[in-house]
Design a protein around this ligand. Structure first.
Ligand code: ADP
Ligand code: ASP
Ligand code: MG
Length: 421
């Protein structure tokens, strides 16, 4: 019998009826003799609702003090969930106890709204497990060294769950969600998308970082670092399906490269609308310019993703980069006021209506012509590529946002992802 961590996302926790089903599923596992720690998210829509309220009353410019309050507010969604789930489990006849992040404690740094977990104290949890209780711990939240409540960024309950599993050296971390596994791409965009039985840790890491929100990227990092056996599966199957069937369902993240798994050159397609592009025109082509521009952006704590510098004409060139869409206005303003003059550039323009589409696969390491096929497919659809970035196992393109779904569908077809591997 094992120690298992279950994670339930917002939709799975979306109503009292759904919470009751979650409780029944957990009870099934507990009655089979497993020791269980459960990490639920806030009920669906709740975190958005809370952050919406906060926005109405927030000062115009975010400060460390206002960010602290955002976390204080956003973390309450999960606190309600754990209490409700504990009650539902008690109603099922199980002993259950719920904890907020600070009660465990789940210790994080002080980066409000995107805190990182530093350590998890397992003593209290182990004592409860030893006493035969199901332990329920809030997703998404922790506490910093000064006793402030922190949150881990959107989708952070995945990370809470995998981190808890790592701290407890759990036998498995099961991420229950509203799809029955990791697909070749988001099945909401491509209905023909196919579920992967396994996905390598490296591919999952790329897919998560390139926009597949089925797992938060930091949860995949934790899974890799601590080798936590992690599986994504559905919370919408009947709660009373046989346990061994459930335990084998979904998508398992694997850590060893398997010969068979390498058959597919491209395993999945990820996309994100979260980016915006800034182009600085007429930049002198001399050493130090990229550092001047990107240094100013980094000093403002804005992350840069894709960077492209064009070939120069007459000693001048264009320099483009992308940032998160939330940072777009700030980044554009910063370049206009602080960088344009200093860099002796002509002008700056921006486009917040771009998206990034990526193909991912460890098979790309050993195959040539994959990027060329991607570009050809997009060309055949009349889609212009604005920027390109590659790594060993992915190629990403920045394109006009209005072509995003068309691009994803065309690539899914071109790489034959709907066919069984
Ligand atoms: P939860 O609330 O359970 O954390 P999320 O909404 O965060 O659920 O993540 C699940 C969603 O991720 C799915 O409903 C699906 O639309 C989306 N998704 C994006 N890419 C993929 C993919 N490659 N495979 C499966 N789901 C994906
Ligand atoms: N409730 C948080 C969010 O909506 C965390 C999560 O669901 O994983 O982002
Ligand atoms: Mg999620």
């Amino acid at each position: 019998m094992g120690l298992i961590v279950h994670k339930y996302g917002g939709t799975s926790m979306g109503s009292t009826e759904r919470i009751r089903n979650v409780a029944r599923r957990i009870a099934k596992w507990a009655r089979a003799g497993h020791r269980l720690v459960v990490v639920p998210s806030a009920m669906s829509g709740e975190t958005n609702r809370l952050l919406g309220l906060a926005k109405e009353l927030s000062p115009p410019k975010a400060t460390a003090a206002s960010m602290r309050e955002l976390d204080q507010i956003a973390a309450t969604g999960e606190q309600v969930s754990v209490g409700l789930l504990a009650l539902a489990l008690q109603a099922e006849g199980l002993e259950a106890v719920s904890y907020s992040g600070w009660q465990v404690p789940v210790r994080t740094d002080s980066a409000f709204t995107k805190a990182r977990i530093r350590s998890i104290d397992d003593q209290r949890v182990r004592a409860d497990l030893d006493a035969g209780r199901v332990v329920i711990i809030t997703g998404f939240q922790g506490v910093d060294d000064h006793g402030n409540v922190t949150t881990l960024g959107r989708g952070g309950s995945d990370t809470s769950a995998v981190a808890v599993a790592a701290a407890l050296r759990a036998d498995e971390c099961l991420i229950y969600t509203d799809v029955d596994g990791v697909y070749t791409t988001d099945p909401r965009i491509v209905p023909e998308a196919r579920r992967l039985h396994t996905v390598s840790f490296e591919e999952m890491l790329e897919m998560a970082s390139l926009g597949s929100k089925v797992l938060q990227i930091r949860s995949v990092e934790f899974a890799g670092k601590y080798r936590v056996p992690t599986r994504v599966l559905s919370s919408f199957t009947d709660w009373d399906i046989p346990l061994d069937e459930e335990a084998r369902s979904g998508t398992l993240i694997t850590f060893e490269e398997d010969e068979k798994m390498e058959q597919a050159v491209v395993s999945g397609i990820a996309f994100t609308r979260d980016e915006a592009k800034i182009t600085i025109v007429g930049v002198p082509d001399r050493p130090g310019i990229a550092s001047l521009i990107l240094g100013a952006v980094a000093d403002a704590n804005i992350d840069v993703d894709v960077i492209v510098q064009n070939v120069s004409h007459g000693g001048r060139t264009d320099f483009s980069f992308t940032v998160n869409r939330n940072d777009y206005a700030r980044a554009l303003d910063l370049i206009k006021t602080g960088v344009l003059g200093a860099a002796d550039a002509t002008e700056v323009s921006g486009d917040p209506k771009i998206c990034k589409v990526s193909i991912v696969g460890i098979g790309m390491r050993s195959h040539v012509g994959v990027a060329a096929k991607m570009f050809r497919t997009l060309a055949e659809e009349g889609i212009n590529i604005q920027m390109v970035t590659t790594s060993e196992i992915k190629t990403s393109v920045v394109i006009d946002e209005k072509y995003m779904e068309l691009a994803v569908r065309a690539l899914h077809r071109a790489f034959e992802l709907e066919q069984p591997a």
